[in-house]
Design a protein around this ligand. Structure first.
Ligand SMILES: [Zn+2]
Length: 371
């Protein structure tokens, strides 16, 4: 069986493939149909060893899932277009001898062995309930001290979903402005004092600096209208930044975890709750929102802000999340918005006129439906 780099989605395996000689320098891959370098799957011994180490974590159990489905749903190891059966066939070819010994991996349901241990599950869950139940409790029962959260577990999970920025990286921030004025650099920061309004990341009165990774995104985020004027400040990073980006939970390589002596069950157990947290943070804000709905994400942001290293210094400078207004743009919210100590400074301001808006629509219904 032949395989190519596009057959893998996992960064660790993709990188490992480069160390092998290809058997075809350019040909159509029989699995993913891309034109690419092809490798003989039976010669990929380090990738085989990694895969076998990964499979060692699984046992047969009726409460589990077929292996192909488990891998497709839980770990993005292979090309997204592969179905469960293709995934199973590739693994059987890659780990030929191992799979002969463990034939039942492909005929029965499998589960991560650690997940069968209830003590392990209880002590490794970031939330001992669903995100929805946590949300209800924190809004309606106990605002500041949740009994459901295991802070140490959450803290260790955040270390797998970090993004880092360096000196001179740039972000952007927009403000609408009148026709005859341009904001100065020192007017592009957060409002200051107690003037900040309620948001998904900050309670009213708590200052944060909302930025975006590109100009288009920051203009869309403030919902600037057609024929309005907008000032866009460029914010340059002056000291390295360490952020939490929950969306990265879906990109974690199980092989990276295994090589760093982390049990892959730690991530499997908490993946869906971290995805729910990310979804809540990304939800677009509207003036019609009930500010009470922001309480759970404000709690989460405050917790991230409170995490300190062994010297008592805050570890995280802020949070990063995908913008709902753009396919590639991301929002960055820095906890320290004070112009004296903030790790970003406004280094330029451009003024723009919004000539037109580009509406994208989806049909909901048609009048004839009601006749
Ligand atoms: Zn391929």
């Amino acid at each position: 069986m032949k395989i190519c780099g596009n057959c893998f989605n996992d960064k660790e395996l993709k990188a490992m493939l480069n160390q092998y000689e290809s058997v075809d320098a350019k040909a159509i891959c029989p699995n993913c149909k891309n034109e690419s370098k092809l490798y003989d799957i039976h010669l990929l011994d380090s990738i085989r060893d990694m895969m076998e180490g990964f499979l060692d974590n699984y046992v047969i159990h009726e409460s589990g899932k077929p292996l192909g489905r488990e891998i497709k749903k839980q770990w993005k190891i292979f090309n997204d277009s592969f179905n469960e059966d293709t995934i199973a066939v590739i693994i059987q070819n890659l780990c030929l001898e191992y799979c002969k010994e463990r034939k039942d991996l492909f005929t029965s349901n499998v589960i991560l062995e650690k997940l069968l241990n209830s003590d392990y599950r209880d002590s490794h869950l970031a939330l001992s309930t669903s995100w929805d139940q946590f949300t209800k409790e924190i809004i309606e029962v106990n605002r500041y001290h949740s009994r459901y959260i295991q802070k140490d577990v959450l803290k260790s999970l955040f270390s797998y979903v970090e993004t880092h920025y360096s000196k001179n990286d740039r972000f952007f921030r927009a403000r609408t402005v009148s026709k005859d004025y341009i904001y100065r650099k020192n007017e592009m920061g957060a409002p200051g004092g107690r003037k900040s309004s309620e948001g998904r990341i900050n309670a009213r009165g708590v200052n944060c600096l909302y930025l975006a990774t590109d100009e288009e995104t920051c203009i869309k985020e403030i919902r600037a209208g057609a024929f309005e004027y907008v000032c866009v400040g460029t914010f340059t990073v002056i000291d390295s930044l360490r952020l939490v980006n929950l969306a990265k939970i879906t990109e974690i390589s199980p092989f990276y975890l295994i090589s760093n002596n982390t049990n892959i069950a730690d991530i499997a157990l908490n993946k869906s709750v971290l995805e729910d947290m990310d979804k809540s943070i990304r939800k677009p804000q509207s003036s019609k929102d009930d500010p009470l709905d922001y309480v759970p994400t404000q709690f989460l942001a405050d917790y991230i802000k409170s995490i300190v290293d062994e010297n008592g210094n805050p570890i995280y400078d802020g949070i990063e999340f995908k913008s709902t207004h753009s396919d590639t743009g991301r929002n960055v919210v820095l906890f320290d918005a004070d112009s004296q100590s903030c790790k970003c400074e406004c280094t330029n301001v451009n003024k723009y006129y919004i000539r037109a808006l580009d509406y994208k629509k989806s049909i909901i219904t048609n009048e004839s439906t009601f006749n």
